[in-house]
Design a protein around this ligand. Structure first.
Ligand code: ATP
Length: 334
């Protein structure tokens, strides 16, 4: 099953510190939402409030149109997958997955059938009799996911679910998580501080900063058209050029205030909408998928930029390139 989540003007204070400050968010049924932000921005607090492990200081949370005020975690239509997945070591995988159903009084035959179905869903078909210690970290994480989905929640909450996995496994599991979410149709709310992970799996990313929602939208929008300088910088590398002085750009950027933001991969020698003029290459490094160069504007030596060039472009330090920006935004200085 699946349900939407409505978060209406929710705040959570601990003493004088505000972990969440007047947060409102509508999550559609079946949506894959990622809460993204630096450590301490309030992601886990928001997830805990949805799951009922903590209560808001003010504001309302509803799931499927039903207010969750005073509803205990076990009575909510939610389940949570934690980073440390905490499987029961003395139980088989099938028993682990069936655990929540046992608590709900489902018969043994029915819950073992459901466990087998869920293990197949996460790619562990036929392994129900194994025990957690026989599995790799990635496989254990899949069992934790199967266990959380076995009780058919409307909303699945995932707190840094891939945090304990190495990078390669993590990237593989991201693809799997998204595919599983599509198959089951459950609303997923997933917390991470990894921008690449957020972009790989989210329908919409919620960028959080200091207890507030800073930005919100599909990955491409949040990355290419960020609403704030914080989002632009948090989502990946960006050249920030304060407007106001004389810049050798053609056409000259409109306005005298704000910060022109250009991602390194949006700069190239191919003609584009904004001509930045000749730039001298200071250094260049091979990165596999691209070459990363630092350059200095010939006409404005204070202007230094980072540029991603194609992996095979024959560029060397000391060379001069005329650079064009293909995508850029002007944002308010913060
Ligand atoms: P991380 O990525 O490090 O887990 P986060 O974005 O999930 O960070 P939260 O755990 O939600 O951040 O914490 C938000 C703020 O609230 C932090 O400043 C944290 O210290 C504070 N906080 C969270 N829980 C409590 C608590 N039980 N008592 C006091 N302060 C808390």
């Amino acid at each position: 099953m699946t349900a939407g989540v409505a978060i209406d003007r929710v705040s959570r204070s601990y003493g004088t510190a505000k972990a969440l400050d007047d947060v409102s968010l509508e999550i559609a049924a079946g949506e894959y939402i990622v809460l993204l932000g630096p450590s301490g921005c309030g992601k886990t607090t928001l997830l805990n409030l949805i799951g009922g492990f903590d209560a808001p200081s003010s504001g309302q949370i509803s799931i499927g149109g039903r207010s969750m005020a005073g509803v205990a975690p076990k009575d909510r239509p939610t389940t949570t997958v934690f980073q440390d997945y905490a499987l029961f070591p003395h139980m088989t995988l099938a028993e682990n997955v069936a655990f929540g159903l046992r608590m709900r009084g489902v018969s043994r035959a029915a819950r073992l059938a459901r466990a087998a179905e869920m293990l197949a869903l996460v790619g562990l078909e036929g392994r129900g009799n194994r025990r957690p210690h026989e599995l790799s970290g990635g496989q254990r994480q899949r069992v934790a996911l199967a266990r959380a989905l076995a009780v058919d929640p409307d909303v699945l909450l995932l707190d840094e679910p891939l945090g304990a996995l190495d990078l390669k496994l993590r990237r593989g599991m991201q693809d799997e998580l998204k595919a599983i979410q599509r198959r089951v149709g459950t609303t997923f709310v997933h917390v991470t501080h990894d921008q690449e992970e957020a972009m790989a799996i989210a329908d919409r990313i919620v960028v959080m900063n200091a207890g507030r929602i800073e930005d919100l939208g599909p990955p491409k929008t949040v990355y290419l058209a960020p609403r704030t300088l914080f989002t632009a910088t948090f989502m990946g590398e960006v050249n920030r050029i304060p407007l106001g002085g004389t810049l050798p750009f053609d056409p000259p950027p409109a306005g005298n205030s704000g910060v022109l933001c250009i991602r390194p991969e949006s700069l190239s020698t191919a003609e584009g909408p904004l001509n930045l003029g000749p730039c001298r290459v200071d250094d260049i490094t091979f990165f596999g998928t691209h070459q990363r160069a630092h350059v200095t504007s010939v006409a404005a030596p204070d202007l230094k930029l980072t540029v991603h060039l194609p992996q095979n472009s024959p560029v060397a330090p000391g060379q001069t390139l005329t650079l064009f920006a293909h995508d850029f935004v002007v944002l308010e200085a913060q």
